[in-house]
Design a protein around this ligand. Structure first.
Ligand code: PRP
Length: 213
């Protein structure tokens, strides 16, 4: 008999794309479309229960093994790290981390320590460490584009998808820090315990990734 596996899906931007992928793979996701107040949803035609969670919580649930699998952005993985298998690049949710500065400024000209605002301080830290450059990093929770406008920072490290938000706020991307997309992650113990079932689900997703290329 098949165990019911549990998967954590990232709420928001990745949610619809994750559900669409599973539906293309033949999984009936109707309960997720009409969630009501329920937080956990059993798929009727596949032994899988789904929870919707904030991105960092997806990692926490998978790491602790209360969810066997998760769908989460590489941005969150890079920022939070953690111990799990990253088994598949799902392709959707593609964007990049970029260093952006106010138009007309020369970021690398000054010898003064630069200040960078970001929602992703760890990603920012390792990027500048890789360059051997000392920067001050200020953590911002949202709309980080405001920080240079307000004079708090010389630049930002943030997610860029279409580039519209940077443009609307007079910022230009000057370097790509990392490419980002949604990833399928698996708890390390679950991978051993439910190998056949998890491989079946990975293969279903991989097939959809191949078709969408
Ligand atoms: C993200 C990111 C940028 C914007 C980039 O923010 O932090 O602000 O999207 O998208 P674009 O290149 O297509 O304009 P999000 O919408 O997640 O909101 P937040 O800033 O409140 O986190």
């Amino acid at each position: 008999m098949s165990e019911r596996l549990r998967i954590a899906l990232t709420k928001g931007r990745l949610q619809d794309k994750s559900v669409a992928m599973f539906e293309r793979a033949g999984l009936d996701c109707a309960p997720i479309h009409n969630p009501g107040r329920r937080l956990i949803h059993s798929l009727p035609n596949y032994p899988l229960d789904a929870v919707l969670a904030k991105a960092p919580d997806v990692i926490t649930y998978v790491e602790h093994g209360v969810c066997d699998l998760g769908v989460v952005g590489k941005d969150t993985i890079l920022e939070h790290g953690g111990s799990f298998y990253e088994v598949l690049d799902l392709g959707f949710g593609a964007c990049r981390f970029a260093l952006a500065v106010p138009e007309g400024t020369d970021f690398y000209q000054s010898y003064k320590t630069r200040t960078i605002a970001s929602k992703y301080p760890e990603v920012t830290k390792s990027f500048f460490k890789g360059k051997g450059m000392d920067v001050d990093i200020i953590k911002i929770e949202g709309s980080v584009e405001l920080a240079p406008i307000l004079g708090l920072a010389d630049g930002i490290v943030d997610i860029v998808e279409t580039g519209a938000t940077l443009k609307a706020n007079g910022l230009i991307p000057i370097e790509t820090v990392a490419e980002v997309s949604a990833r399928l992650i698996v708890n390390t113990a679950s991978m051993k315990l439910y190998k056949r079932q998890i491989e079946d689900l990975i293969e279903k997703c991989a097939e959809e990734v191949r078709k969408s290329r």
